[in-house]
Design a protein. Structure first.
Length: 214
């Protein structure tokens, strides 16, 4: 049985599709240092404040759509939570994701907050396009849940709330509440591909956890 395509648990693949569909000619980007990526992360945060989940104002030219997806994994909830919430476990889960750069990792009052940038390298028309997604993840260590907010070009924001519920026979249900915030002309595309990306991610993580790989 072929291994399932594994995608990062943020809509990076959807972002890549948006970039290659709506941007100009593809080009190869020079590698950036961690310090440069941290500066880009801070600029994105200062501009968009990823966690601001208020609907776009009327007339802003942006739209807001929600989705809910879930999957059941045959493993104890603590194990699923630990594997699923660790962004570093996603490196190598598919051929595009090359690295995750952590800018800050701090804990306070039972919540671990991680600021990071995920880097993908996507082959496109004979060259490599670098896709960067700036994100903040907030992990509720006792509540067995986490939230991840992301920003990427061209101005696509996502808000993700992932819940882990213990089910019968030692199984775990993972429930993802997703909110997509993008230009109105892109929103249908972003939602369709973002949901598909998260569903593929769920399936890949299920396989990795149940097989003992994670």
């Amino acid at each position: 049985m072929k291994k399932l395509l594994r995608l990062l648990a943020t809509p990076l693949f959807a972002t890549a599709l948006v970039l290659t569909t709506f941007s100009g000619p593809a080009r190869a980007d020079a590698p950036e240092s961690d310090a440069e990526l941290a500066a880009e992360w801070q600029a994105a945060w200062d501009t968009y404040r990823f966690y601001d989940s208020a609907p776009p104002r009327p007339g802003s030219g942006r739209s807001w759509e929600k989705a809910r997806i879930s999957i059941e994994i045959d493993a104890p909830v603590e194990r699923v939570f630990a594997a699923y919430s660790d962004i570093n476990h996603h490196i190598g889960m598919h051929s595009f994701l090359k690295r995750v750069v952590t800018h800050d990792d701090r804990s306070q009052a039972g919540t671990r907050t991680i600021d990071f940038t995920a880097i993908e390298e996507i082959p496109y028309e004979g060259t490599i396009v670098t896709s960067k997604t700036h994100a903040q993840q907030r992990i509720d260590l006792t509540g067995l849940r986490y939230e991840t907010d992301t920003w990427s070009l061209p101005g696509v924001v996502t808000h993700q709330k992932i819940l882990f519920k213990e089910r019968d026979h030692g199984k775990t249900e993972v429930i993802e509440h997703l909110t997509f915030d993008a230009d109105t002309s892109l929103i249908d595309f972003v939602v369709t591909n973002g949901v598909a990306s998260h569903e593929q991610t769920q399936a890949a993580l299920k396989q990795a956890i149940e097989s003992g790989e994670l």
